[in-house]
Design a protein around this ligand. Structure first.
Ligand SMILES: *Cc1c(COP(=O)(O)O)cnc(C)c1O
Length: 439
C-alpha cells in the first residue's frame, strides 16, 4: 500500500492539468472581424433601431433562440444581471416574496432584494440538490409572486411539480440555468419550461464569452420588459409608447459585439462540450460507485445531467473518516489546473446556505425587510433548511476532474487517487482519532 500524499507520500500525479480551454481559431477570427469593423457595441439608450444592439448581438440572440426553440432571447452582460432583469420583468416589487434556493450562488437570492422584495428560502431535494417542490409549496404565502428555481450542478429541477404549484397559486417561474445549458427534463430543455430562463456565459461555465448571460422566454411581455431593463428603459417609454411602465427603470446590462461574436462560435460547441462532460462523469461514477460511502450523482428518470460539477454524497458512518479529511486526502494526490491555480477543482459542501450570510442574518436591506408594504415575517434561522445544511456541512463534495479536456489517462489517474485514499482509510482514521485526542 503506498503512502498518502497527505502524509508525505508520492502523489498519484504532480504535473499540473492543462487549462480547460474551448476558445479556438473560430472565436479569434470572429472577434478580429468585429474589431476590424470598429463597431464594438452598437447600442443606443434612446428609442431608435439600435436600442436592441448591433448585428452580432442580434445574430447571437437569433442563434440561441433557434437552438433552444424559444420565441425570444435577450443577451445581457451576465447571468446575475439577467436574474435582476427577470425579477423586474415579472413585476415583482415591495411587499412581495420570491421563493428561492439556499443552495446556489449569491445572486439567486439577492435578485428579489434589488426590487424591494423578500427572498424566502425553501429546502432542497437530497438527491439532486434543486428546490424540493414539497418545501416550495409549504413556503407559499399570499405574498408569493414567483418561484426562482436553480437547476444546480447540471441537473434539472422537478419541473412538472414546480409548474403544477405555479399554476395552482398563479406564480411566475424563473429558471436559473447557469449550470445546466442543454440539460433536459422529459424531453424539454431547461430554460424553456417556466416563464423565463437565464444562462451564464462566464468563464467557468460550459461555454463562455468571458462574461455574459442569455435570457430565454416565449412570453412577449417579459421579453419586452427585459429589453427595457437592459438598456435604460425609462428613457424610451414615450418614444416606444410603452403602456405598462412598472419596473421599467433600466440599467446597462448590454453585451458587446465581441462577446456576442465569441458566443456565436461557442454555441456551436455546446453539444460536444456537454456530451464530453457527461461521458467523463459517467466513466468516473461507474467506478467510484464501488466504494461504499461514496455516492455518485443521481440522475432522475427523464432527465439529463450536464455536470457543471461532479457532485457526490459522502457517508461518514460507512467510511469512518470525516468528509473533509477524505477530500483533503484525494486533493493531495492530484494537481491543480492551469489558470485555476488559486481555486482547487475539488471541494466540500458546494454552497453555504445563503440565509446564513450576514445580509440575511442582520436583515441589512431595509427597503425590503422594513418596507411598510411587507406584511410577512420571513425566517433566516439556522436550521431553516435542514437538507441544505446537512449537504453543505456534512455530505456533499464536488470535483471537476471530468472537464471536457480530461483524457482517459487523466480520468484513470483520478480513479487511482480515490482508490488509493480508500485503501488508506485506516491511516486516516488513526490520524483523525490522534487529532481528536490532541484537541
Ligand atoms: C455562475 C452562476 C450565476 C452567476 O452567473 P454570472 O454570469 O457570473 O453572473 C448565477 N447562478 C448560478 C447557479 C451560477 O452558477
Amino acid at each position: 500500500m503506498s503512502k498518502l500524499a497527505l502524509f508525505g507520500g508520492k502523489p498519484v500525479r504532480t504535473e499540473i492539468y492543462p487549462h480547460s480551454n474551448s476558445i479556438g481559431e473560430e472565436e479569434k477570427r470572429a472577434v478580429i472581424k468585429v474589431l476590424e469593423s470598429g463597431n464594438l457595441s452598437q447600442y443606443v439608450g434612446s428609442w431608435n433601431d439600435d436600442f436592441y444592439g448591433g448585428p452580432t448581438v442580434r445574430q447571437f440572440e437569433k442563434d440561441w433562440s433557434g437552438f433552444f426553440g424559444v420565441k425570444h432571447t435577450i443577451a445581457v452582460n451576465s447571468n446575475t444581471s439577467g436574474l435582476y432583469a427577470c425579477i423586474g420583468a415579472c413585476d415583482i416589487g415591495p411587499g412581495d416574496e420570491v421563493i428561492v434556493s439556499p443552495y446556489t450562488m449569491t445572486a439567486g437570492a439577492i435578485a428579489p432584494l434589488i426590487y424591494g422584495a423578500v427572498p424566502v428560502f425553501a429546502d432542497i431535494d437530497e438527491d439532486i440538490f434543486c428546490l424540493d417542490p414539497k418545501s416550495i409549496e409549504a413556503n407559499i404565502t399570499p405574498r408569493t409572486k414567483a418561484i426562482l428555481v436553480v437547476h444546480i450542478c447540471g441537473h434539472p429541477t422537478d419541473m412538472d411539480e414546480v409548474m403544477r404549484i405555479a399554476s395552482k397559486y398563479k406564480l411566475k417561474v424563473i429558471e436559473d440555468c447557469a449550470q445546466s445549458p442543454n440539460a433536459e427534463y422529459k424531453g424539454r430543455k431547461v430554460g424553456t419550461i417556466g416563464d423565463v430562463g437565464i444562462f451564464s456565459l462566464n468563464y467557468h461555465k460550459h461555454i463562455h464569452t468571458g462574461e455574459g448571460g442569455m435570457i430565454t422566454t416565449n412570453n412577449d411581455t417579459i421579453a419586452e420588459k427585459v429589453q427595457l431593463i437592459r438598456n435604460h428603459g425609462e428613457a424610451v417609454v414615450e418614444g416606444k409608447k410603452t403602456k405598462d411602465i412598472y419596473n421599467t427603470f433600466g440599467f446597462n446590462y448590454r453585451m458587446t459585439e465581441m462577446e456576442a461574436a465569441v458566443g456565436i462560435e461557442q454555441l456551436k460547441k455546446l453539444v460536444p462540450l456537454v456530451n464530453k462532460r457527461i461521458e467523463n462523469a459517467n466513466y468516473l461514477s461507474e467506478r467510484l460507485r464501488e466504494l461504499p460511502g461514496i455516492i455518485p450523482p443521481v440522475v432522475k428518470e427523464g432527465c439529463t445531467h450536464v455536470y457543471y460539477m461532479h457532485t457526490f454524497k459522502y457517508k461518514k458512518e460507512i467510511t469512518g473518516v470525516s468528509r473533509n479529511l477524505f477530500v483533503d486526502a484525494v486533493k493531495a494526490e492530484l494537481p491543480l489546473m492551469r489558470l485555476r491555480e488559486t481555486t482547487p477543482i475539488m471541494g466540500v459542501g458546494f454552497a453555504p446556505p445563503l440565509y446564513l450570510q450576514p445580509i440575511y442574518q442582520q436583515r441589512l436591506h431595509k427597503c425590503s425587510f422594513n418596507c411598510p408594504r411587507y406584511e410577512g415575517e420571513v425566517s433566516y434561522e439556522r436550521g431553516l433548511c435542514p437538507v441544505a445544511e446537512k449537504m453543505y456541512f456534512e455530505e456533499v463534495f464536488t470535483h471537476e476532474y471530468m472537464r471536457p479536456t480530461f483524457t482517459k489517462k487523466e480520468l484513470d489517474e483520478v480513479l487511482t487517487a480515490y482508490f488509493k485514499v480508500y485503501e488508506n482509510l485506516d491511516e486516516l482514521k488513526k490520524h483523525e482519532s490522534k487529532n481528536a485526542v490532541a484537541n
